[in-house]
Design a protein around this ligand. Structure first.
Ligand code: NAI
Ligand code: MG
Length: 350
């Protein structure tokens, strides 16, 4: 019997509803695989901020460090706490302090789900660099509110940062269909992006079994819409990956299906798994959120923790349920969080 210990941070709004669903499904599936799961739920959220003055306690990061992984719902409730505070003090702090440098999003069209495209075989893994690049935070603003005002935002690309994300991309491609699309804009950005292309070429020697192609980001964005079935693994910088993975979420049927992982591939820190969507204040408390993105994120967590059988069990169940038309529909579903979750639980028991 394997024992896995998870830190759950439900967060705000529908984050609470979908993590409850994801954990219930995880427990049921784990029982069929003889895996013992335990979890501690941390109430860190905007309500916690209003009560205590902080999104998480001072020792929050140290507390999380002792868990195998983190399952997170969504953070943010703009009517109570400004988004830049809630996001920076919790979600971004965890990503940064644990150096979760690979942001991974599977864009797969599940059976029964009709995305906006005619393509039926979409199965893309988008890997976004999560710590530097265009979002390094380096820059400044001077001569404020004058005609001479200047704002500079500097993209930072280090050899360590570029090599480690490309290596992760090559490794993932090797486990899948062995095709890697490396994304830059090296015709226009002659320093950082040519460097990225150089590192891609250098590393490809170590992966002769992986077919690697470099694309400009604009061309790849078009390819994701026109010929998504030709793409396997995509690896991109922070900004490019951010935008491309939103195209990915759209073509897989919307936010109700978009799962993600923030991974420390070295395994030194706990990795964090979360649906791509936010707290959805417009539908929170109405039992209207699609829990599939969160359930899929939990499956990614078990895969990362070396439990592929459990991950596959969860995803096979979700796919069978979706194929019956349950949980599908625009950006989620009107069938209800509980209804969809119960159908998945029944399918596991079958
Ligand atoms: P959102 O993702 O919460 O909602 C966008 C739209 O999609 C809404 O109409 C919502 O009802 C719908 N939607 C989202 N998830 C759904 C689901 N599972 N099932 C059915 N419909 C779903 O984005 P929004 O409204 O821009 O942000 C709300 C709050 O969430 C903000 O405070 C924002 O900062 C935060 N946020 C947090 C994220 C995170 O924790 N990683 C990511 C995105 C936003
Ligand atoms: Mg985004």
């Amino acid at each position: 019997m394997t024992d896995i210990n998870i830190a759950i941070i439900p967060g705000d709004g529908i984050g609470v509803e979908v993590t409850a669903a994801a954990w219930e499904v995880s427990l049921a599936a784990a029982a069929t695989c003889n895996i013992g799961l335990s979890a501690t739920t941390f109430p860190w959220s905007c309500d916690h901020y209003l009560k205590t003055g902080a999104m998480m306690p001072a020792n929050g990061i140290e507390t999380l460090r002792s868990y195998d992984a983190i399952l997170l719902g969504a953070i943010g409730w703009p009517a109570k706490v400004s988004d830049d505070v809630s996001l920076h003090e919790l979600l971004l702090r965890i990503r940064k302090e644990f150096d979760l440098y690979a942001n991974v999003r599977p864009h797969k069209l599940l059976p029964g789900v009709t995305g906006p495209l005619r393509a039926e075989n979409i199965d893309i893994l988008c890997i976004r660099e999560n710590t530097e690049g265009e979002y390094s935070g380096a820059g400044g603003r001077v001569h404020r509110a004058t005609a001479n005002e200047v704002a500079i935002e500097t993209a930072v690309f280090t050899r360590q940062g570029v090599e480690r994300i490309l290596r992760y991309g090559f490794e993932m491609a090797r486990k899948r269909r062995k095709q890697l699309a490396s994304v830059t804009k090296s015709n226009a950005q002659r320093h950082s992006m040519v460097f990225w292309d150089d590192v891609t070429r250098q590393m490809s020697v170590e992966y002769p079994d992986v077919e690697v192609r470099s694309y400009h980001v604009d061309a790849l964005a078009a390819r994701m819409v026109m010929f998504p079935e030709t793409l396997d693994v995509i690896v991109a910088s922070n900004l490019f990956g951010d935008i491309l993975s939103d195209i990915g979420a759209a073509i897989q049927g919307g936010l109700g299906f978009a799962a993600s992982a923030n991974i420390d591939p070295t395994g030194r820190s706990p990795s964090m798994f979360e649906p791509v969507h936010g707290s959805a204040p417009d539908i929170a408390g109405k039992d209207a959120a699609n829990p599939i993105a969160a359930i899929w994120s939990a499956a990614m967590m078990f895969e990362h923790l070396g439990q592929p059988e459990l991950a596959a069990r969860i995803m096979a169940t979700v796919e069978r349920v979706c194929a019956r038309g349950i949980g599908v529909g625009s950006a989620g579903s009107s069938q209800g969080t509980h209804y969809i979750t119960n159908e998945i639980l029944l399918e596991i028991a079958r």
